[in-house]
Write a protein that binds this ligand. Structure first.
Ligand SMILES: Cc1ncc(COP(=O)(O)O)c(C=O)c1O
Length: 413
């Protein structure tokens, strides 16, 4: 492709089969939002859905809402909405807790399915919560279970008969590198190990097919590409074939076969509901339900195609227009190996991102030097990328980012 012009990008927007979906979001004027991989934008329907849950369901119907307004079924109902977006069947996904907690539940449960095996395998520099949670699971079995971290290129070699579970983040949070889910799952199964995929940076952005890949277990965030709002609950996938055997390490009453029998002894609920622990967070689920509704009528193949086309356009624009300013591409150039964000490394990455944010171009920074730009196919336009890169070029060319105010570290980067 030659040098991309503004007209080229406007043409891509005209040809975009998903362009209409932008109307499902309330986006602030004057902002180019490139952080929907961290916190999805506000769905237009979310304020009404949350206020209905507060005023009508909570305020008027009170506790009757558990039955009459479908509160008790919300974790399964939302799970069934997520299932087709990640290649799962109804009844294989439930919404509950946080991604960290769900990782713990599934990893601890999976270990028990592979007695006699002593290793959980992952990669170094995986998302911190994944590493910490796996360390905590290993710590429950001192001297018996270890967490082994090996670089990507050595993973296949490290997969031996000691491995109980392989835990990987499908799309890397920093670099956007994408694991070949089917190939890794096959390798793991050939050695008798199970796979647990963290889909936080791919669910809602890529055309994931968990069952076609043979995946065993998965978790992911509700607040990123699923637009469920800050701190939205997470989702859990357990392949149907494992549901009867996989136990959660936390036996809460919502995972009981008959919670309202109030008996003293635990009996696991059948199916995916045994992954539930405590009372679902209904207001958060109302927002997440509105977030998931933004995917109604959306074809995930088109979402992935747009994600990769936007990634390619962003890489081209940055390299063409900002080439002399020392930004190094930190994501795969090949779309087949990339997720839906693009990262660049620069020693002044933090200050550059702050200067961009001050101009309304919102991405984020990941230490030590990564500028991260999330590309959300449902509401981002190709011309937004043009505007973002124009600002980036100005920030770099004028050294705008050298101002002290842009160097001051905030709690969240
Ligand atoms: C790969 C990955 N896993 C997990 C999380 C977060 O988990 P939690 O919602 O429990 O904070 C993130 C958040 O950015 C993430 O990127």
């Amino acid at each position: 492709m030659g040098i991309l012009s503004h007209d080229d990008l406007a043409g891509m927007d005209e040809a975009d089969p998903l362009a209409w979906a932008r109307d499902r979001f309330s986006l602030p004027e004057g902002v180019v939002y490139l952080d929907g991989n961290s916190l999805g934008a506000l769905p237009t329907a979310a304020p009404g859905a949350v206020s209905d849950a507060v005023e009508r369901a909570w305020g008027r119907d009170l506790i009757r809402s558990w039955n009459t307004n479908g509160w008790i079924d919300a974790p399964s109902r939302l799970g069934d909405r997520i299932a087709p977006l990640i290649g799962a069947e109804a009844g294989e996904v439930v919404v509950a807790d946080s991604t960290s907690v769900n990782l713990f539940k599934l990893a601890a449960g999976a270990l028990a399915l592979r007695p006699g095996r002593s290793v959980i395998l992952t990669e170094p520099a995986n998302f911190p919560t994944d590493l910490y949670v796996l360390q905590s699971v290993a710590a429950l079995h001192p001297g018996r279970v270890t967490l082994r971290t090996v670089p990507r290129s050595e993973l296949a070699h490290a997969l031996d008969e000691d491995v109980a579970l392989v835990v990987l983040t499908h799309v890397h949070y920093k670099t956007a590198e994408r694991w070949p889910m089917t190939a890794i799952t096959r390798l793991a199964h050939a050695k008798g190990a199970l796979t647990l995929w963290d889909l936080s940076h791919s669910a809602g952005a890529l055309a994931i097919d968990l069952n076609a890949a043979g995946a065993d277990l998965a978790v992911g965030c509700g607040y990123k590409y699923f637009n469920g709002g800050p701190g939205a609950p997470s989702f859990v996938f357990v392949a149907e074939r494992h549901q009867a055997a996989l136990e959660s390490p936390i036996w809460g009453w919502m995972g009981h076969a008959a919670p309202f029998d109030f008996v003293d002894d635990h009996a696991h609920a059948p199916g995916i509901r045994r992954q539930l622990v405590g009372t679902p967070s209904i207001l958060a689920l109302a927002a997440l339900e509105a977030g998931l509704a933004t995917f109604e009528g959306i074809e995930m193949g088109q979402v992935e195609a747009k994600a990769l086309a936007m990634g390619a356009a962003l890489i081209d624009l940055v390299e063409e227009r900002c080439g002399e300013f020392g930004l190094a591409l930190a994501s795969p150039r090949d779309g087949a190996l990339r997720g839906s964000h693009v990262s660049f490394a620069h020693p002044e990455g933090y200050a550059i991102m702050q200067a961009l944010i001050a101009r309304g171009v919102i991405g984020d920074f990941r230490a030590p030097d990564i500028l991260r730009f999330g590309l959300t196919p449902l509401y981002l336009r190709f011309i937004d990328l043009w505007d973002a890169v124009e600002h980036l070029r100005e920030v770099l060319a004028t050294r705008d980012y050298e101002q002290d105010r842009f160097r001051r570290r905030q709690a969240v980067t």
